[in-house]
Write a protein that binds this ligand. Structure first.
Ligand code: GDP
Ligand code: MG
Length: 439
């Protein structure tokens, strides 16, 4: 997944903005990458369409280049696709919270009951489990063994063949025992099956669960979307749990769940041990799917490129009339780090009306300024006024930087005017202005 996405970003490197044309190929790569990750086709289609709309119409985040911008859009969309926020397990303020587990056979329901019980107990909650898999005697034993290991009671009725009756009595027993949680394990089938759905509806009616969680095997891939959809339609789900994420799974199932059902994934299973349970965090999952933690960190860092500390220090110097050529250099480097000058300029207060011609002129001026500053001595940089008084210094700088003496004089004058304007701007804004400049 990783590699095809890497290609997608690469294709935007060096472009100055995202447009309908240059985003086409990266979008194709993203589409392919998601399909390879086993995301179902309709989900991929909708996803790519949304990414396209956002990437083209987007307000450029300060400092992001087009490729980083696309990474950000894809990452944000991925996170949104999985529900954005972590979704904790329901908890009744008063009485016993009922959690019903549903899902196909072999996906890890019974194992997950044990993991959840263990997790809840580690949070100081008391738990009872109820064994409603009446088809396989071994399933009841399995839950009982887990109960012993976790140290929580397991309710079962060996002679009953009625899951809803067992569930009802089990939940009552948990309430009598004043358990904080009761977890009801049910029988799965190999495939979607009306009997199973009816059974689940009956159990739901009998115990009115606070949570009905669909356990989905992450290895299910494309099929996951259909499974989630039919369970959600037949028995109203409140959420899902994704198991076997430790395997070869490419994570695509995670993308389908919320998109198809609007129900959040609450936990993930990452192994066969009781402790192999994690809360589900959409942003972490997105990072894992994108396989590009580094790029995301880079994006975050760029977003914070004008570090507050630096900006603040520069601000102070502007206000104190100490702003010199070194500060000027630092400031223009900062702004260069934020991407193309023009996109940054447009975001500065009072600059949105600036024309493209003026902007190009400003950019050219900045480059000239930088070259001239490079030819200054340290004393000249820190005391700009000496240049006002010394034609010979200006002549030396002109020679050194490949400019005329007039150009250097104009620069010195512009810089002086800029300092003045800065100070008055700062005073006008009560010292709260953000770092900006009008050379
Ligand atoms: P059920 O039929 O849905 O109750 O599934 P089980 O809980 O009996 O689990 C079926 C198999 O999957 C067992 O061998 C489990 O050990 C295994 N299993 C369950 N969860 C995970 C997981 O997160 N990772 C891995 N690798 N195996 C798991
Ligand atoms: Mg089971």
């Amino acid at each position: 997944l990783n590699q095809s996405l890497e290609k997608a970003w690469q294709k935007l490197k060096g472009e100055s903005a995202i447009n309908k044309e240059n985003v086409k190929e990266p979008l194709r790569d993203i589409r392919r990458a998601l399909l390879e990750a086993d995301v179902s086709l309709p989900v991929v289609r909708r996803f790519v369409k949304r990414v396209e709309e956002k990437a083209i119409g987007t307000d450029v985040t300060v400092g992001l280049k087009p490729d980083q911008q696309l990474v950000k859009v894809v990452s944000d969309e991925l996170i949104g696709l999985m529900g954005t926020e972590a979704s904790p397990l329901a908890e009744r303020g008063f009485g016993t919270t009922v959690v019903l587990m549903a899902g196909l056979q072999g996906v890890g329901k019974t194992t997950m009951c044990g993991k959840l019980a263990s997790y809840l107990q580690s949070q100081g909650k008391s738990v009872t489990m109820v064994a409603c898999d009446v088809y396989r005697p071994a399933a009841v034993d399995q839950l009982q063994t887990l109960g012993e290991r976790v140290g929580c009671p397991v309710f079962s009725l060996p002679d009953s063949k009625d899951p809803s009756d067992i569930a009802k009595q089990g939940v009552k027993a948990a309430r009598d025992a004043k358990a904080d949680y009761v977890i009801v394990d049910t029988a799965g089938r190999l495939a979607i099956d009306e009997d199973m759905m009816q059974e689940l509806r009956d159990v739901r009616k009998a115990v009115k669960p606070d949570e009905t969680l669909l356990v989905v095997d992450a290895m299910t891939g494309q099929e996951a979307a259909r499974v989630v959809q039919s369970f959600d339609e037949s028995v109203e789900l409140t959420g899902a749990i994704l198991t076997k994420l430790d395997g070869d799974s490419r994570g695509g199932a995670a993308l389908s769940v919320y998109e198809v059902s609007g129900k959040p994934i609450k936990f993930v299973g990452v192994g066969e041990k009781l402790t192999d349970l994690e809360q589900f965090y959409p942003d972490r999952m997105a990072g894992r799917i994108l396989g590009m933690g580094d790029v995301l960190t880079l994006v975050e860092r760029t977003e914070a490129a004008v570090e507050e500390k630096d900006a603040e220090r520069l601000m102070k110097r502007m206000m104190s009339n100490e702003f010199d050529f070194n500060d000027f250099l630092e400031q223009s480097k900062m702004m260069a780090g934020l991407g193309s000058m023009s996109s940054v300029m447009k975001m500065l207060p009072g600059m949105s009306g600036i024309t493209n011609d003026q902007m190009r002129e400003t950019e050219k001026n900045l480059k000239r300024f930088e070259a001239m500053i490079a030819s200054m001595t340290e004393a000249e940089r820190t005391s700009p006024d000496v240049l006002v008084r010394s034609p010979s210094r200006r002549a030396r700088i002109a020679r050194g930087s490949g400019h005329t003496e007039n150009e250097v004089s104009a620069m010195v004058a512009t810089f002086g005017g800029m300092r003045k304007r800065m100070r008055s701007l700062v005073n006008m804004m009560g010292g709260n202005a953000s770092a900006g400049m009008t050379p």
